[in-house]
Design a protein around this ligand. Structure first.
Ligand SMILES: [Zn+2]
Length: 322
């Protein structure tokens, strides 16, 4: 993959507008050396640190998940600014500023010069092409296993023709995989700044830029997209709860929408760990927005099309953009 390209903004947007910062965490590593060590070493063994979890011993050892250059926390000594705003990560001040696409609040898709370059990006896991999400587990589910031990297997998909070349009109034939939202959630931090081509899409975008907040949705849609929402309530419809009954999982929604439900049978929601006790957790799903009475919904989601986000990653979800 080519080096991260320069955005046209030279302002430290993440310092002036932290509510829209796209740098949700920094990679902390006590010994990694940007000049000598490969980036993959950092990805393998670094810890993802949110701004509020910073401590002074991390000074000089924090790296940007986008451009891999050093980051500093601002303000350094406190978790909040004097005006009450939360601390955030910024690039180490240099002149001229380090070009980093994460400084921009207007994300751009990644383009490749050659097919070989795109294939290398896939081989090194910097680019992931998902041609479909799995309808059923690729391997049998171990019953009642804790979330982190549930087997999550990707399956090789077909070769896909994708127009992600720098030269317009050219397409690359690239290997894809059949995956699950659960796999995206499992190492959500490592996936957040990777480039993905989602089913039916013609562009490679970072996961953080593909995620849409359900609270911004005000109408039904004809095409599928990736959404996240916070669970307000969850219950099984009907007088007697049965695994084959619909479980209605209510998500926080836009003020202009009466309500928003994920409607999937209880058996499948239970496989994802969603129960009457899931209030406050976040669900991520891939699908269309449908109509439910005078509210909205996501319905008939397949097994691989939704998952609960592990709580440790909730701070990494994107902020609503103005
Ligand atoms: Zn950066």
């Amino acid at each position: 993959m080519s080096k991260p390209y320069c955005c046209d903004s030279t302002k430290f947007l993440d310092m002036t507008e932290p509510t829209v910062s796209r740098i949700k965490f920094a990679y902390f590593h006590p010994t990694w050396d940007a000049e000598q060590s490969p980036w993959t070493d950092l990805l393998k063994s670094a810890k993802s640190v949110a701004p509020q979890d910073y401590s002074s011993d991390m000074r000089g050892r924090l790296y940007c998940p986008g451009c891999r250059q050093p980051l500093v926390r601002t303000p350094e000594a406190k978790a909040v600014f004097s005006n009450g705003r939360k601390a955030c990560f910024s690039h180490f001040p240099t002149s001229p500023p380090i070009p980093c696409e994460l400084r921009s609040t207007k994300p751009e898709g990644m383009l490749f010069t050659t097919e070989e370059e795109a294939r290398q990006a896939i081989a090194s896991n910097e680019l992931v092409v998902i041609s479909a999400f799995l309808n059923e587990p690729a391997v049998p589910i171990v019953p009642a296993g804790p979330y982190d031990q549930t087997p999550v297997e990707d399956v090789a998909g077909p070769l896909s023709d994708l127009p992600i070349s720098r030269h317009s009109g050219q397409t690359f034939r690239l290997p894809s995989k059949l995956s699950t939202i659960e796999a995206l959630c499992r190492r959500f931090d490592a996936n957040l700044y990777r480039y993905f081509v989602f089913p039916g899409s013609k562009s490679a975008v970072r996961l953080i830029d593909a995620l849409r907040d359900v609270r911004t949705v005000v109408e039904h849609t004809e095409s599928e997209a990736l959404y996240f929402g916070q669970i307000m309530d969850s219950f099984v419809a009907g007088q007697v709860a049965r695994p084959t009954h619909l479980r209605m999982t209510k998500l926080a929604c836009n003020g202009a929408v009466k309500d928003f439900y994920v409607k999937v049978v209880d058996r499948v929601q239970a496989q994802k760990g969603i129960s009457n006790d899931s209030k406050g957790r976040y669900v991520i799903f891939w699908g269309k927005i449908g109509v439910n009475g005078i509210g909205l919904c996501a319905e008939r989601l397949a097994w691989g099309e939704f998952a609960l986000l592990p709580q440790k990653y909730e701070d990494f979800l994107p902020s609503i953009r103005p």
